[in-house]
Design a protein around this ligand. Sequence first.
Ligand code: GAL
Length: 330
Amino acid sequence: MIVFHNGALDEFPLLHDTDGNVLNASDGGIISVDGWYHWYGLALRPLPFGKNGSGGQVSDTGVVMYRSRDLSTWEYEGVILRAGSSNDTFLRPPLRFERPKLLFNKMTGRYVLWCHFVKSPGDHGFTDGAAEALSASCDRVNGNYRVERIFRPIDRNGYVRDCTLFENSDDAAYFIYDRHVSEAFNSVLKPFERCLHIVRLTDDYLDETSSYARIDACDAREAPCMFKREGKYYLITSGLTGWEYNEALYYMSDSPLNGWKRMGNPCVGEGCKTTFNSQPTQVVSIKRRLYLLSERHNTRNFVECSHILLPLEFDADGRITIQYKENVII
Ligand code: GAL
């Protein structure tokens, strides 16, 4: 039996690795391989919140990984996607490899990582290179990932914001992202537009194909978490309030590329208007049950962000309910 401790709604219960350091893996996820849970995310730096990305919400290190057999003892495995040196044109730290997600590609036998790449100095600027998708790959889950592409899917006009990956049961994979078309690019159409888009990936999962859709129902949403259950596709999302918590909203569809419907807030009970003081990170399958992994951003010290893990309950029509529990028994 595993007990995952979420703590009270206003707590930041920290996990530590076997060296005694805080598990510092922001906005990533958990991937299971050969009986190990590997938890990965962006290692944030220990500085207080500052202006222009100069604070602790950026990384000098990159994406790191920890492993565990029981979700409570975590061993540090090292950096899997490294920020470059200070004279590296593209990967110069401080940067953000935001919301990294991993998949295994059965055809190539390689692990694939995608994230939202926020170039040095780690702000969310509108300059070229500052709001891109990044794909990387490695022959081992915990090895040193090689950067494959840094680009904007669909076209250059859509800045990449929050993102995730989804692998379908037919082995097709998708990159889902908050596509931000700014006033400068879109003055003829709408003054400003943010909408989740879903892009089918090539068979090796390293690049985009020309097959994509604008998910019309998901206007101005971020922190997407996509999964499939009993033939239905789901997206759990947050609103756009930066590090401030807000109400989650989920969507359902019969197909990844069309027919998405707004379903409402899946959270119920105390704390449901603020996603229990957290922002969704990933829906993880553990021992054949689905859980929402959601991050408590600690803007006083980003190294001490913590995560909550809550089971998803489904009714006969597939509607989701999420209730807060201080301790979750897995
Ligand atoms: C959040 C978003 C994070 C990060 C942050 C910066 O809303 O989900 O990924 O971009 O804003 O303000």
